[in-house]
Design a protein around this ligand. Structure first.
Ligand SMILES: [Zn+2]
Length: 135
Protein backbone atom coordinates (compact mmCIF):
# COMPACT_ATOMS: atom_id res chain seq x y z
CA UNK A 1 0.00 0.00 0.00
CA UNK A 2 1.37 3.36 -0.98
CA UNK A 3 1.38 5.96 1.80
CA UNK A 4 -1.11 8.78 1.55
CA UNK A 5 -0.51 10.52 4.88
CA UNK A 6 2.42 11.92 6.74
CA UNK A 7 2.46 12.54 10.48
CA UNK A 8 5.03 14.84 12.05
CA UNK A 9 4.95 16.84 15.27
CA UNK A 10 5.18 20.63 15.53
CA UNK A 11 8.49 20.38 17.44
CA UNK A 12 10.04 18.32 14.64
CA UNK A 13 8.76 20.75 12.01
CA UNK A 14 10.15 23.67 13.96
CA UNK A 15 13.55 21.94 14.08
CA UNK A 16 13.50 21.71 10.29
CA UNK A 17 12.57 25.39 9.94
CA UNK A 18 15.38 26.44 12.30
CA UNK A 19 17.92 24.31 10.44
CA UNK A 20 16.70 25.74 7.12
CA UNK A 21 17.20 29.31 8.32
CA UNK A 22 20.60 28.51 9.85
CA UNK A 23 21.86 26.97 6.60
CA UNK A 24 21.15 30.01 4.42
CA UNK A 25 22.34 30.76 1.77
CA UNK A 26 22.70 27.01 1.32
CA UNK A 27 19.99 24.40 1.45
CA UNK A 28 19.65 22.41 4.66
CA UNK A 29 19.06 18.68 4.48
CA UNK A 30 18.70 15.59 6.57
CA UNK A 31 16.78 12.42 7.18
CA UNK A 32 13.44 11.43 8.66
CA UNK A 33 13.27 8.56 11.15
CA UNK A 34 10.03 6.82 11.91
CA UNK A 35 7.80 3.99 10.81
CA UNK A 36 5.10 2.98 8.38
CA UNK A 37 1.57 2.39 9.67
CA UNK A 38 -0.47 1.26 6.68
CA UNK A 39 -1.12 4.32 4.52
CA UNK A 40 0.57 6.59 7.02
CA UNK A 41 4.22 7.43 7.49
CA UNK A 42 4.90 8.55 11.05
CA UNK A 43 8.01 10.66 11.54
CA UNK A 44 9.29 10.27 15.10
CA UNK A 45 12.61 12.01 14.78
CA UNK A 46 14.32 14.39 12.37
CA UNK A 47 18.04 14.41 11.67
CA UNK A 48 19.89 17.49 10.45
CA UNK A 49 22.78 16.38 8.25
CA UNK A 50 25.70 18.12 6.60
CA UNK A 51 25.01 19.17 3.03
CA UNK A 52 28.00 18.13 0.90
CA UNK A 53 26.62 19.34 -2.46
CA UNK A 54 28.94 21.62 -4.39
CA UNK A 55 26.13 23.68 -5.87
CA UNK A 56 24.55 26.19 -3.49
CA UNK A 57 21.05 25.36 -4.80
CA UNK A 58 21.37 21.60 -4.34
CA UNK A 59 21.65 19.23 -1.47
CA UNK A 60 23.40 15.95 -0.82
CA UNK A 61 23.30 14.31 2.60
CA UNK A 62 26.79 13.60 3.92
CA UNK A 63 27.18 9.78 3.68
CA UNK A 64 28.62 9.73 7.22
CA UNK A 65 25.48 11.37 8.57
CA UNK A 66 23.38 8.92 6.58
CA UNK A 67 25.20 5.96 8.17
CA UNK A 68 24.86 7.48 11.63
CA UNK A 69 21.14 8.05 11.08
CA UNK A 70 20.72 4.41 10.05
CA UNK A 71 22.44 3.31 13.27
CA UNK A 72 20.38 5.70 15.40
CA UNK A 73 17.18 4.50 13.74
CA UNK A 74 18.05 0.87 14.34
CA UNK A 75 18.93 1.55 17.98
CA UNK A 76 15.59 3.31 18.46
CA UNK A 77 13.59 0.59 16.68
CA UNK A 78 12.79 2.96 13.82
CA UNK A 79 13.55 3.11 10.09
CA UNK A 80 14.94 5.83 7.90
CA UNK A 81 11.65 6.64 6.17
CA UNK A 82 12.75 9.61 4.13
CA UNK A 83 14.76 12.72 3.61
CA UNK A 84 14.09 16.41 3.91
CA UNK A 85 15.69 19.54 2.52
CA UNK A 86 15.02 23.23 2.34
CA UNK A 87 14.41 25.62 -0.53
CA UNK A 88 16.16 28.86 0.36
CA UNK A 89 13.76 31.02 -1.65
CA UNK A 90 10.81 28.60 -1.58
CA UNK A 91 8.47 27.16 -2.63
CA UNK A 92 8.05 23.87 -0.75
CA UNK A 93 7.53 21.92 -3.97
CA UNK A 94 9.95 19.53 -5.70
CA UNK A 95 12.27 20.93 -8.34
CA UNK A 96 12.97 18.98 -11.54
CA UNK A 97 16.13 17.56 -10.00
CA UNK A 98 14.30 16.74 -6.74
CA UNK A 99 11.79 14.66 -8.73
CA UNK A 100 14.52 13.00 -10.78
CA UNK A 101 16.69 12.14 -7.78
CA UNK A 102 13.99 11.16 -5.27
CA UNK A 103 14.81 7.80 -3.75
CA UNK A 104 11.91 5.38 -4.43
CA UNK A 105 10.00 4.22 -1.38
CA UNK A 106 10.97 7.28 0.62
CA UNK A 107 9.13 10.32 1.86
CA UNK A 108 10.67 13.55 0.59
CA UNK A 109 9.84 16.58 2.70
CA UNK A 110 10.63 20.12 1.58
CA UNK A 111 10.71 23.22 3.76
CA UNK A 112 10.22 26.69 2.32
CA UNK A 113 12.79 28.70 4.28
CA UNK A 114 10.94 31.98 3.66
CA UNK A 115 7.41 31.01 4.77
CA UNK A 116 8.28 28.00 6.91
CA UNK A 117 5.77 25.88 5.01
CA UNK A 118 6.62 22.18 4.88
CA UNK A 119 5.16 19.65 2.44
CA UNK A 120 5.96 16.02 1.77
CA UNK A 121 5.88 13.68 -1.21
CA UNK A 122 6.16 9.93 -1.52
CA UNK A 123 8.29 8.56 -4.33
CA UNK A 124 6.34 5.68 -5.80
CA UNK A 125 6.25 3.86 -9.11
CA UNK A 126 4.45 6.75 -10.84
CA UNK A 127 6.73 9.43 -9.47
CA UNK A 128 6.15 11.81 -6.59
CA UNK A 129 2.76 12.01 -4.94
CA UNK A 130 2.00 14.55 -2.23
CA UNK A 131 1.09 13.26 1.22
CA UNK A 132 -1.55 14.86 3.38
CA UNK A 133 -0.18 16.02 6.71
CA UNK A 134 -1.97 14.66 9.75
CA UNK A 135 -1.34 15.38 13.45
ZN1 LIG B 1 14.82 20.81 -3.77
Amino acid sequence: MQPREFAIGEAELEALRLAARAARPREACGLLLGRREGARVVVERVVVARNVAQDVERFEVDPRDHLQAQRDARDAGLDVVGAWHSHVHGPATPSVSDAREALPGWVHAIVDTVSGEARAWYAGAEGLRELARVG
